[in-house]
Design a protein around this ligand. Structure first.
Ligand code: GDP
Length: 203
């Protein structure tokens, strides 16, 4: 699949404000600075459809983009940053968890993890919550251009061994670089395959 058209459809503060739609949704989430905006721009061949963040944690809205007049890409706010107060953090967590666990259009959530680092506490907690809540997720390891080719499987193995402390099997996984465009085709084909599976079941 190629993203031929992508247009911003709106930002919503909570699930009840999200529009009714027949489109299936693919959400993207990760710790602030993980490279989410860069990945969305890369997937959609745009320089700045998703803003590359300047102030971490500033966007706290659910952002919808209409893709190829056929599905919605949903850009969720980054989690796990220190600069918000407790009250903001809890309403923000509720907003994300509500959307992920209740939104019927949502078919897959891509959880982005920076390949360079060990699994962070915020990632582990978020993944565990997704597992317990049975949210269908896939993992994208970002910024793979920042480490050597040889290090890539070593880092993935290390992160996965942490995930497997609580998960019985690993969710689907992809690697990506917004610098080299690696991962783009795999991620888009995966989205396409889910879309055709769901459409085939519904018709
Ligand atoms: P967000 O906060 O998750 O949306 O992250 P951004 O997309 O704003 O990226 C955070 C920083 O990481 C920016 O300085 C990006 O240029 C950089 N970055 C993002 N993706 C990549 C990547 O794949 N490779 C490299 N080398 N840098 C990246």
């Amino acid at each position: 699949m190629i993203i031929q058209s992508i247009e911003f459809s709106g930002s919503f503060p909570r699930i009840s404000a999200c529009p009714r739609s027949e489109f299936l949704e693919f959400a993207f989430i990760g710790r602030s600075n993980v490279g989410k905006s860069s990945l969305i721009n890369m997937l959609s061949n745009r320089k700045a459809i998703a803003k590359v963040s300047v102030t971490p944690g500033k966007t706290q809205l659910i952002n919808f983009f209409k893709v190829n007049e056929g599905w919605h890409l949903v850009d969720l706010p980054g989690y796990g940053y220190a600069r918000v107060n407790k009250k903001m953090l809890s309403s923000f967590t509720t907003m994300i968890k509500d959307y992920l666990s209740k939104r019927e259009n949502l078919v897959n959530t891509f959880v982005l993890i920076d390949i360079r680092h060990d699994l962070q506490k915020a990632d582990a907690e978020f993944l565990d919550w997704c597992g317990e809540s049975q949210i269908p997720i896939s993992i994208i390891f970002t910024k793979i251009d920042k480490i050597s080719k040889q290090q890539i499987p070593i880092h993935i193995e290390r992160i996965n061994s942490k995930i497997l402390q609580t998960w019985s099997e690993l969710p689907p996984q992809f690697i990506s670089s917004a610098v080299t465009n690696q991962g783009k085709e795999d991620i888009l084909s995966y989205i396409e395959s889910i879309l055709s599976q769901v459409h085939a079941t519904n018709h």
